[in-house]
Design a protein around this ligand. Structure first.
Ligand SMILES: *Cc1c(COP(=O)(O)O)cnc(C)c1O
Length: 337
């Protein structure tokens, strides 16, 4: 059994000896694509007639909700598992997640025949838990929120030798999720602004490395006012945790800003904005009623941010990262009422 000595981490998370915090390059993203494209179909980039009219712009939705797990993260899970060191196949992978990162690791673990244990907050989205279990992962609820679950998983990794899969401090995950950005560039070479929801920042980092770099687009990160750790880290230049991250959009929940993604975003992100949970929930309703799409709160953060700045976007080509569809049934009912 492998055990790890904790090495000094630049942020509040534990980083194990095997961890590498070197930002991926565009070459890494192309390499990831050759792996990811063997396991996952490319996702559609669809013009939104409704939002194009609302914003007086050309608005496209990058439909990551169409991936088999219902969220973009599986691109990263597949890329990480494909390159996993043999020594980690037993006992396998451990992750902490509010659901979509766990589904990504569960999906990829199943594809590569690697056991997966996922720590979730004590009061998780039950649909996401069921989905992880369906894909063969063991799910362990613990603590009050994502960061409690993360600390539990990090400790288990240290004492029991699992390969801990961080949701952001993983170059292979960032390179994997960045393959979505290559698809956008190929489908739509000229983009002015791309809005991307930010939790730990892996997705926005991926778009910075691709659409930001290759198409010279402004990549705008979006956080909830109630979970703004990365917003503060990015705008104030530190890695200090917040006291809370209690947001309607559980996919964006993190009290702690992460070192790797903060470094990439500080270098390349055009702007970071905050939206209220009320606006996010309203955007879930808008997307349901106008686009007939069931999307989770996290995905609608980009829609909410674009709608808030409608006056600045007129005439632009705008892409919205539609990051996932795993809306809890009770939230869907609340929107319909
Ligand atoms: C994880 C997640 C996000 C946030 O992505 P990060 O890469 O952690 O910033 C946004 N939307 C959905 C649906 C997610 O699952």
């Amino acid at each position: 059994m492998t055990t790890y000595d904790i090495v000094e981490s630049p942020d509040e998370t534990t980083v194990f000896g095997y961890h590498d915090l070197t930002p991926p390059t565009l070459a890494d993203v192309y390499e990831a694509r050759s792996v990811v494209s063997r396991h996952l179909s490319r996702t559609p980039l669809v013009r939104s007639e409704f939002l194009s009219e609302e914003l007086d712009a050309d608005v496209y939705l990058k439909r990551e909700d169409t991936l088999p797990t219902g969220a973009f993260k599986v691109r990263g899970g597949v890329n990480l598992c494909a390159g996993l060191d043999e020594e980690f196949r037993d006992p396998g992978l451990i992750a902490a997640s509010t659901g979509n990162h766990g589904q990504s690791v569960a999906y990829a673990g199943r594809a590569f025949d690697i056991p997966v244990l996922v720590a979730v907050p004590g009061d998780p989205n039950p649909d996401k838990v069921a989905a992880m279990e369906r894909m063969g992962a063991e799910v362990h609820p613990v603590g009050r929120d994502y960061d409690d679950a993360r600390e539990w998983a990090e400790e288990r990794a240290r004492t029991e030798g699992y390969r801990y899969v961080h949701s952001a401090n993983e170059p292979a995950l960032v390179a994997g999720v960045a393959t979505a950005g290559l698809e956008v560039v190929e489908d739509l070479p000229r983009v002015d602004t791309l809005f991307c929801p930010v939790g730990g920042g892996s997705s926005a980092s991926g778009y910075c490395l691709t659409v930001g770099e290759m198409a010279d687009a402004d990549v705008v990160g979006v956080q909830s006012e109630n979970a703004s750790a990365m917003y503060h880290a990015w705008s104030e230049g530190h890695l200090r945790p917040r006291d809370d991250a209690d947001t309607y959009a559980e996919g964006l929940q993190s009290r702690v800003p992460f070192a790797l993604t903060t470094e990439i975003l500080r270098e390349r992100l055009a702007e970071m904005v905050l939206v209220s949970d009320e606006r996010i929930e309203a955007a879930v309703e808008t997307m349901l009623l106008e686009e007939h799409l069931v999307l989770e709160g996290a995905a609608c953060a980009s829609v909410a941010a674009a709608l808030e700045r409608s006056d600045e976007l007129a005439g632009q080509t705008v892409v919205l990262q539609i990051s996932g569809r795993n809306l809890a049934a009770e939230k869907l009912r609340a929107v319909l009422d």
